[in-house]
Design a protein around this ligand. Sequence first.
Ligand SMILES: NC(=O)C1=CN([C@@H]2O[C@H](COP(=O)(O)OP(=O)(O)OC[C@H]3O[C@@H](n4cnc5c(N)ncnc54)[C@H](OP(=O)(O)O)[C@@H]3O)[C@@H](O)[C@H]2O)C=CC1
Ligand SMILES: O=C(O)C1=N[C@H](C(=O)O)C[C@H](O)C1
Length: 269
Amino acid sequence: MTETPGIVITGASGRMGQMLIKTVLDSDKARLVGAVERAGHAWVGQDLGLAMGGSAIGVVVTDDPLEAFSKAQAVIDFTSPEATLAFSKLAAQARAVHVIGTTGMSEAQIAQLEPAARHAVLVRAGNMSLGVNLLVQLTKKVAAALDEDFDIEVIEAHHHHKVDAPSGTALMLGEAAAEGRGVTLADVSDSGRDGITGARKRGDIGFSAIRGGDIVGEHDVLFAAAGERIVLRHMATDRAIFARGALKAALWGQDKAPGEYDMLDVLGL
Ligand SMILES: NC(=O)C1=CN([C@@H]2O[C@H](COP(=O)(O)OP(=O)(O)OC[C@H]3O[C@@H](n4cnc5c(N)ncnc54)[C@H](OP(=O)(O)O)[C@@H]3O)[C@@H](O)[C@H]2O)C=CC1
Ligand SMILES: O=C(O)C1=N[C@H](C(=O)O)C[C@H](O)C1
C-alpha cells in the first residue's frame, strides 16, 4: 500500500498554521510529518500536540525547515513574504510541493519564486477557498459583460491583526475584473483614497479595506452605474475553508510537473 503524502506546516503557531495542522490531522488523505516555527519561538523543541494545548502527537516543532521539508511531499505555508521566499528555495531543494497562502507579496517578491518553480510544484493563491475562486470567475464574466458605465469597486473587511491591504483576495478579484474588461490592473487600480482625491476616474477599479475585530474575511465586488448596482459577495466565517483548499492543493500537486499554479488550476475552474 502506498503511503499518504507527508505534509509540513510552516508558521505552525499562527492563526492559519493551527487551522492547517487540525485539517491535516483530521484527514485520511495526508500525514502531518513536520511543523516549523522560527528560531527562538517558545514552541520549538516541544511536541506540537502539547504546544497546541492537547495531547502529544509525536511531531516535534522544529526551527530547521530544510530538515523538515526533506521528509515531506508537501509544505503548506501561510506566513510572511520574507519567510515564504526563503521556504520556496528549501521546498524546491527537497522537491516538495509548496502551497503558498501568504499574501502581501510584492511583484518583485513574486518574481523571485520563479527559480523554485523550475524544480518543484508551487501552488499560490491569495485565497484557497472554493467560494472565492468561483467568485473570481463570476467577477471576470460580469466585468466582461458590462462597459465602463459601471464603476467597479472591491471592498474587503478583515480582523484587526491583518498586516497587508488590499487583501490578497481583493487583488485576485481586481485582477479578474481587469481581465474581464481587457485592461491591466496596474493601469486602472485606485486604492487608499484620502483627502481631496478628485472625482472618480472612468474605468478605474477601486479598492477599500476595513479592519476590525475578528472578521475572518469578507469581499464585495460592486458594479455601480446610474440607476442600478450589482454586488458579488463572499463571506468567510471559518478559516477551515482556506485550510481545506490548501490541503487539496498539496494533494493535487503530487503528480504535476514543476511550475507555478493557482487554485483555479487545482479546482478546475
Ligand atoms: N490564501 C489564503 O487562503 C489565506 C491567506 N492568509 C494569509 O496567510 C498569512 C498568515 O496569516 P495568519 O495565520 O492570520 O497570520 P499569523 O500572524 O497568525 O501567523 C503567521 C505565522 O507565520 C510565522 N512567520 C511570520 N514571519 C516569519 C518568518 N520570517 N520566519 C518564520 N516564521 C514566520 C509567524 O511566526 P511569529 O509569530 O514568530 O511571527 C506565525 O506563526 C497572511 O499573509 C494571510 O494574509 C490567511 C488566510 C487565508
Ligand atoms: O489575513 C487573512 O486573515 C486573510 N487573508 C487572505 C487575503 O489576504 O485575502 C485570505 C482571507 O481573506 C483571510
